[in-house]
Design a protein around this ligand. Structure first.
Ligand code: ZN
Ligand code: ZN
Length: 512
């Protein structure tokens, strides 16, 4: 069978490794807020896992928190004096907000919860725990004994060769907790002697003291072997020729005698209007939690599922969100055979939809334009009033499924959140029920005309009143000023209809 969907193609290659259980992994260093660009790592793995599931094979999905990595730099949202912890494992740095056991856990937990919402539930492994409990002692020993060969491999890709006394490990000093250490002797077994900048000099047994970590490229390869990894993606920065993925693959084969996993590079996720990579220090970071506030979980998945990993995509937080919702609804209709498009595209979109959904609805779910909900949810503060209006306007079904009920509840909440946090002024408004301005005689006349005609109102009548009263376009401006205290707003006719003619009449009567 010819696979047309990217994850099915990867799954096909993975399955050629012929195993009882396939292991797919992702890994992130929790060095600060984990943004939606980082999340592409975990999501790509989740999608490949699902593609393997479809093939009917067994899959184990592991996400590794690389929290035994050193704390490198203080992000913008963390107090400056956290500089004192630079060089310690991120899992040993205190939580600046004091709500978790440590710095790493603060970001890990926030992220794990957000991932669960979008249906991503891997087995989480905390490298600080694994390393501290000496789980990898034999891998470390192997790497130390093949130190010269590792140096040789790495030097092939370096301009400056590594110094002869280079070791493939970092040691976190048992006195100061930092990695300002230098190996001075290795006995060929589990004992290693080091010297730290703080003055501490000692011999440790790394089969009993978990303070030794393999350096990055060696660490990556060792863990592939340890967990029997069959697929692991990597960010663009790891994927350059001779970059960490390439060298780790050679180390995997030549040092650990393990066939490296199938690889997929993934590109950046960008914020609309800002090219390039998201970065904590630039402050242009959107977390998964942020995204979950305004996009349905299936739409969050849709971003990642609908784009091939080697292409970047943009996540709009501005009014382009309306289009994203419409694009998703279109895909949903394609899945339920309500749109006529060519077969190949149909097949592809159906697959994208399957991968996007956490729970498969039995029939086409309700699809309410997000823009309309943003509008409604500002007019009606109570959810039941929004629902009542949606019923009147025919947006709800006679018989709502549990799926529909859940979706509509989320949509209303998300529309409110978007209006509050991200909407441009032109989408924000509030009905002003009390009189708050004085009108001229001419304007009063126009308002009287509107009151008279309100029960038989249509779009055209509004233009006629404008004309007849001599106010022209100013008539619309005046209405917005009265109703919203703004010079513009949503379509006037729709606004009057939605707020309700009786209520509008009562407001207008205060002005004549
Ligand atoms: Zn915390
Ligand atoms: Zn020290």
């Amino acid at each position: 069978m010819e696979e047309i969907y990217w994850a099915d193609k990867i799954a096909h290659k993975v399955a050629e490794r012929n195993k009882e259980v396939y292991v797919v992994t992702s890994g992130i260093t929790p060095s600060g807020t984990i943004h939606i660009g980082n999340f592409r790592e975990e999501m790509t793995v989740d999608i490949v896992k699902r593609a393997l599931n479809k093939k009917g094979v067994k899959v184990k999905c592991i996400h590794s928190w690389d929290d035994f990595d050193r704390f490198r730099k203080v992000p913008a949202n963390v107090p400056k004096d956290w500089e004192n912890y630079i060089g310690m494992p991120v899992a040993n740095v205190p939580d600046p907000w004091d709500c978790h056991k440590n710095y790493a856990e603060h970001f890990e937990k926030e992220f794990e919860e957000a991932a669960k919402i979008v249906g991503v539930n891997p087995e989480y492994i905390y490298e600080s725990k694994e390393y501290s409990s000496c789980k990898y002692k034999d891998g470390i020993k192997e790497a130390l004994n093949k130190r010269e060969k590792i140096i040789e491999i790495l030097n092939k890709f370096r301009k400056e060769p590594l110094p002869e006394d280079w070791y493939p490990i970092q040691i976190y000093c048992t006195k100061c907790g930092k990695d300002s250490t230098k190996v001075i002797f290795y006995n060929g077994d589990y004992k290693v002697k080091y010297k730290c900048k703080c003055g501490n000099e000692e011999e440790i047994d790394f089969s009993k003291q978990g303070v030794v970590k393999l350096r990055w490229r060696v660490d990556w390869a060792m863990r592939w072997k340890f967990y029997g990894v069959d697929f692991e993606p990597g960010g663009k920065e790891h994927s350059t020729p001779g970059g960490s993925r390439d060298t780790s693959s050679i180390i995997s084969k030549e040092i650990f005698n393990y066939e490296p996993p199938i690889y997929q590079m993934y590109d950046f996720v960008i914020l609309k209007g800002q090219g390039g990579k998201m970065s904590g220090s630039l402050g242009n970071v959107i977390s998964l939690k942020d995204l979950n506030e305004i996009y349905l979980p299936e739409i969050v998945r849709f971003f990642y599922a609908g784009t091939r990993p080697n292409k970047e995509f943009a996540v709009p937080m501005d009014d382009e969100i309306f289009k994203i919702y419409e694009d998703f609804y279109f895909t949903e209709r394609v899945y339920f055979d309500k749109e006529e498009i060519d077969e190949k595209r149909k097949k592809h979109l159906k697959r994208v939809y399957e991968i996007s959904m956490i729970e498969m609805p039995k029939e086409l779910p309700i699809q309410i334009p997000f823009k309309y909900l943003v509008f409604l949810s500002q007019i009606y503060k109570k959810d039941e009033d929004v629902l009542e209006k949606l019923k009147q306007t025919g947006h709800l079904k006679e018989k709502m499924s549990e799926f529909d009920n859940k979706r509509i509840k989320m949509l209303i909440e998300m529309a409110r959140a978007w209006a509050e946090k991200y909407a441009d002024e032109k989408y924000k408004f509030q009905i002003h029920e009390e009189k708050h301005l004085e009108l001229s005689e001419e304007e009063k006349k126009a308002v009287k005309m509107l009151i008279e005609k309100i029960n038989s109102l249509d779009e055209n009548t509004l233009y006629e009143i404008g004309k007849e009263s001599g106010l022209g376009k100013e008539f619309f401006k005046m209405c917005y000023k009265i109703l919203l205290n703004k010079e513009r707003g949503p379509r006037l006719f729709e606004l009057i209809e939605t707020v309700g003619k009786e209520k509008i009449k009562k407001i207008l009567e205060k002005y004549v």
